[in-house]
Write a protein that binds this ligand. Sequence first.
Ligand code: HGY
Ligand code: MN
Ligand code: MN
Length: 419
Amino acid sequence: MAVMNYRGEEMRNLSVDGARLWKSLMDMAEIGATPKGGSRRLALSDSDRQGRDLFVRWCREAGCSIRVDRMGNIFARRPGKDESRPPVMMGSHLDTQPSGGKFDGVYGVLAGLEVIRTLNDHGYESDSPVELAVWTNEEGARFAPSMIGSGVFAGTYSIEKGLACADVDGTTIGEELRRIGYAGDDPCGGRPIRAFFEAHIEQGPILEAEGKTIGVVTGAQGLRWYDVTVGGMDSHAGTTPMDRRRDAMAGAARMLVAAERIGKTTPGAVTTVGMLRVVPSSRNVVPGEVFFTVDARHPDGDTLAAMDAALRGSFAEIAQQADLKLAIETVTDTAPVVFDEGCVDAVRQAAEGSGYPCRDIVSGAGHDACFINEVAPTAMIFVPCKDGISHNEIESAAPDDLTAGCNVLLRVVLTAAEW
Ligand code: HGY
Ligand code: MN
Ligand code: MN
């Protein structure tokens, strides 16, 4: 079906302004810029607030109205001919890892802004309203679990749980939302969304290695996050014989090796220990307590469950042999996701119709789209990133690829807005 603007131009033959998109990305990257060229905008920090404020200003300049819900999720709305229709939504996140890159999350947000700016340039009024979302705390680097803003919106987590999430200093999401001025009044979720599309860098090596410009994301692998505490006994490093120690560090070290072994010996799996804290952390005290995290992922739910059993069994055996206490808390447990066939097909047709080399792909990373998929027909659009590197200051993507992904986003939004 042709999608014509007031000048009779077929909207889907138009292109976004790639230079304007790139400039927005670089302007946003100046907020929380790190020495090696990355970004540090931890969720609800002052730099996250600055990024949010810049986003809100740009959206208002583009004629959008702004709403903020109780989880601090921001929604910029471009009106449609029929305001009673559920909106077609785009979006992603502005928060970053502590030493993150300039494109993870930000690309999906600013590609959505570029789509809105392009619709404005061509005076195109869609039947359905179009909304652009910024989801709170996608990364989970400061507050766990990750994707908490979209998770509450989708009803996976309660608003009480969401607002009570605390960082290592005990500061909660609720307190920080109030401090930075993003404690909105709108209920979080519970309203119809016609379709949700998230553009994102792949954060892996496949598209680049195969020379593909667009990843048609059919789903995402499952993931589980664990908080593990190993309890031993503080004792003197010089006077405590080796056979009389309850060394929490030595026990935790064997558990870390076991976690890596499970990742390496389970085809298609990944396991990561990303955080480690030692108490009392003194060079001449045998550690009495060690805290560490495990991130375990697999595309198949049953295999992920088997990995869970293997991790728990290995850790328990190590603790028992070394006379150590063990506590394992599951912080996140999200099953593998399959996106909406109609939305995935719209992405594939938009990519093929635009002449971009594309392939189906399952996301190795978690995304807000994984939760929004619970409450709205959802799909994602991937573009390559250099050497597949992400969650690293050197994260990089080619302007032409970013423009191509944004053109696909424009075309699927135009299609869905007429559904
Ligand atoms: O952890 C993830 O997969 C995402 O980058 N938050
Ligand atoms: Mn992301
Ligand atoms: Mn990320």
